[in-house]
Design a protein around this ligand. Structure first.
Ligand SMILES: Cc1cc2nc3c(=O)[nH]c(=O)nc-3n(C[C@H](O)[C@H](O)[C@H](O)COP(=O)(O)OP(=O)(O)OC[C@H]3O[C@@H](n4cnc5c(N)ncnc54)[C@H](O)[C@@H]3O)c2cc1C
Length: 468
C-alpha cells in the first residue's frame, strides 16, 4: 500500500463491478487526479458465466479469470479482504493475505463485493455440498466428477459404484441448469473411455423448490430447458427441496432417497454477509440500499452496484411497478459499473450524478455442447431461440462479453481447438493435495519395531540376525 497525497478512490471487490468501474474511472480520470485502490481477496476477476464450461473442460480455467494487476496497471491492487468501514474517519480496515490488518484511508468508496451462495441449515450440506461461485469450485467439480468415473470403473462394490455414478444438483437457475447441462454432457461423453461405465449407468438429478427452471429465460424456454434435460435422461424434480444429505444420503421432500457422492449446490445467492459490518443502510434482504444514481442512500461519497446492491429498476418503475429492482446478473453488473465509474468522477468534480436505467436485453444459457436456450428482447418483441442456434448465441455473447481481448482470444482459441482435439477427460484431483506424495517419500521413517524372536516370517534371515 502506498501513502498518497491525492484523494483515494477505494474499490472494495475486484469482480465484475469492481474491475469495470475501476477501468472506467482510470480511463476518465485526469493524470494524477486520484489514486484508485482495488482490494480483493483474489488477485483476479472471475467471469462466472463461464464456470459451467470450465467445469466441463470446454475452456481452460485460467482463461476464465482476468488478472487484476495486468488489466489495471494504473491502479493500486491489494490482495486482501476489507473487514470494516469507519465512515466518520473515512477509513477501511484491510486484512491482507498475510500479516496484521491495517487501516486504509479513503475519500470515495465503491462497494462491489458481490454475493455468496445462499444456503439453508440442511443436515450434511456443509460437509457434502459443492458450490459454484468460483473457479476453484469449478475445477474441483470437474476433477471430482471424473474421479467418480475412475472409482466406479475400478470397484467391485455395487453400492460404492452406484453412489459414485449418482450426481445431484440443487437449484435450477442459470448456474444450476447450465452446470448440470455441461457436466452431464462431459461425463456421459467421457464414459466411452471406461470399460465398465456406460453412459446410461449414470444418474443425474436436478432439484428445485420452484415450479420451473431457468426463470431468467421466461416460462416457455424454461419448460423447453426442462424437457430437453429430461430427454437426455436427467431427472428433474420441481416444487421440492433437499431435506438432508448426511454422508451423501440425499433425502428429498417428495420422498425420493438416493446415495450420491456428488451434491452440487446452486440454489441462488445472497448479498455478501460482510456488508453487515460496514454500517451502511441495508435493504430487507441484506443488500446495500442504493439510489437510482448508484449512490448509497444518505451518502454522497459511497457508491454500490452489482449483486451486493439493491438498485431500483427505473424501466420497470416507469412502466408502473414501484417495487421493481434490478436482478443480480452480469448484464446489469457490467452496465451499472460504467455508470458508477462516471458518477464517481462527477462526484469528485462536483458535477451532477447520472441515473442508471437499462431495459432487459434478454438472456442466453448453454446446456452442454451444441445445446442451449436464448431469449432476445427487442422493444416489445421477445424472440425465443433454442437448440444449436441458441448455443452459438450463448457462446458468441459471452465470448465477446469476456473482459479484455487477451481473454476473448484465448476463449475462442479453446473452443476452436476443442472442435478438432476433442474434450480433455483427465481428472487431476491430486492437484488439491500436491505435497502428499512428496511428504510420504520425505517424512522420517518410523523407528523399527523390534521383531519377535521366532516365527516372524516377514523378516529375512539377515534382518532377524540384526534384530537379535
Ligand atoms: C455459475 C454462475 C453462472 C452465471 N451465469 C450468468 C449468466 O449466464 N448471465 C448473467 O447475466 N449472469 C450470470 N451469473 C451472475 C453474474 O456472474 C453476477 O451477477 C456478477 O458476477 C455480479 O458481479 P459483482 O461484481 O456484483 O460480483 P462478483 O463478480 O462476484 O465480484 C465480487 C468480488 O468481491 C470480492 N470480495 C468479496 N468479499 C470481499 C471483501 N470482504 N473485501 C474485498 N473484496 C471482496 C470477491 O472476491 C469478488 O471478486 C452467473 C453466476 C454464477 C455463479
Amino acid at each position: 500500500m502506498s501513502t498518497t497525497e491525492r484523494p483515494r478512490i477505494l474499490v472494495v471487490g475486484g469482480g465484475y463491478v469492481g474491475l469495470y468501474a475501476a477501468r472506467r474511472i482510470l480511463k476518465k480520470m485526469r493524470y494524477g487526479e486520484a489514486t484508485v485502490t482495488v482490494v480483493d481477496p483474489r488477485s483476479y476477476m472471475t467471469y462466472q458465466p463461464f464456470l459451467p464450461e470450465a467445469a466441463a473442460g470446454s475452456i481452460s480455467p485460467r482463461h476464465v479469470v482476468v488478472p487484476l494487476r495486468r488489466v489495471l496497471p494504473k491502479a493500486e491492487v491489494l490482495t486482501g479482504r476489507v473487514t470494516t468501514i469507519d465512515q466518520d474517519r473515512k477509513v477501511a480496515t484491510v486484512a491482507p493475505l498475510v500479516g496484521e490488518a491495517y487501516e486504509l484511508p479513503f475519500d470515495y468508496l465503491v462497494i462491489a463485493m458481490g454475493a455468496v451462495s445462499r444456503t439453508f441449515p440442511i443436515p450434511g450440506l456443509a460437509e457434502q455440498g459443492i458450490g459454484m461461485k468460483g473457479i476453484e469450485e469449478s475445477i474441483g467439480l470437474r476433477n471430482h466428477v471424473l474421479e467418480q468415473l475412475d472409482k466406479a470403473d475400478s470397484t467391485t462394490d455395487e453400492d460404492v459404484r452406484r453412489k459414485a455414478l449418482t450426481f445431484v444438483f440443487v437449484g435450477g437457475g442459470f448456474a444450476g441448469a447450465e452446470t448440470i447441462g455441461e457436466v452431464e454432457d462431459m461425463a456421459r461423453d467421457a464414459a466411452k473411455y471406461y470399460t465398465s461405465v456406460k453412459r446410461e449407468d449414470m444418474r443425474f438429478i436436478l432439484v428445485d423448490a420452484a415450479d420451473k427452471i431457468l426463470p431468467e429465460v421466461g416460462p416457455k424456454l424454461g419448460a423447453y430447458g426442462k424437457e430437453h434435460l429430461e430427454s437426455r435422461g436427467v431427472e428433474v424434480y420441481l416444487s421440492t427441496s433437499m431435506d438432508s444429505c448426511v454422508d451423501g444420503h440425499v433425502v428429498l421432500k417428495n420422498g425420493l432417497e438416493v446415495d450420491s457422492s456428488t451434491i452440487v449446490w446452486t440454489a441462488g445467492v445472497k448479498p455478501n454477509p460482510a456488508l453487515a459490518r460496514f454500517g451502511l443502510p441495508l435493504g430487507p434482504r441484506g443488500h446495500v440500499d442504493t439510489s437510482e444514481k448508484l449512490q448509497v442512500q444518505g451518502t454522497d461519497y459511497i457508491w454500490a452496484a452489482g449483486d451486493n446492491a439493491q438498485v431500483p429498476d427505473m424501466v420497470g418503475r416507469r412502466a408502473g411497478n414501484p417495487n421493481a429492482w434490478c436482478p443480480p446478473n452480469a448484464q446489469h453488473a457490467l452496465r451499472q459499473a460504467k455508470v458508477l465509474g462516471d458518477n464517481v468522477i462527477s462526484g469528485m468534480r462536483g458535477f451532477p450524478q447520472k441515473e442508471y436505467s437499462h431495459a432487459n436485453k434478454g438472456a442466453v444459457a448453454g446446456l452442454g455442447l451444441h445445446k442451449g436456450v436464448a431469449m432476445i428482447v427487442m422493444g416489445k418483441v421477445k424472440i425465443k431461440v433454442k437448440g444449436r442456434l441458441a448455443w452459438y448465441m450463448h457462446r458468441g455473447y459471452h465470448g465477446m462479453a469476456m473482459p479484455t481481448w487477451n481473454r476473448k482470444i484465448r476463449i475462442f482459441a479453446d473452443w476452436t481447438l476443442a472442435m478438432f482435439l476433442k474434450r480433455e477427460v483427465v481428472s487431476l484431483g491430486a492437484m488439491e493435495t500436491p505435497r502428499e506424495e512428496f511428504y510420504e517419500a520425505a517424512k522420517p521413517s518410523p523407528a523399527p519395531v523390534a521383531a519377535k524372536a521366532d516365527g516372524d516370517k516377514s523378516k529375512t534371515e539377515g534382518e532377524k540376525a540384526k534384530a537379535s
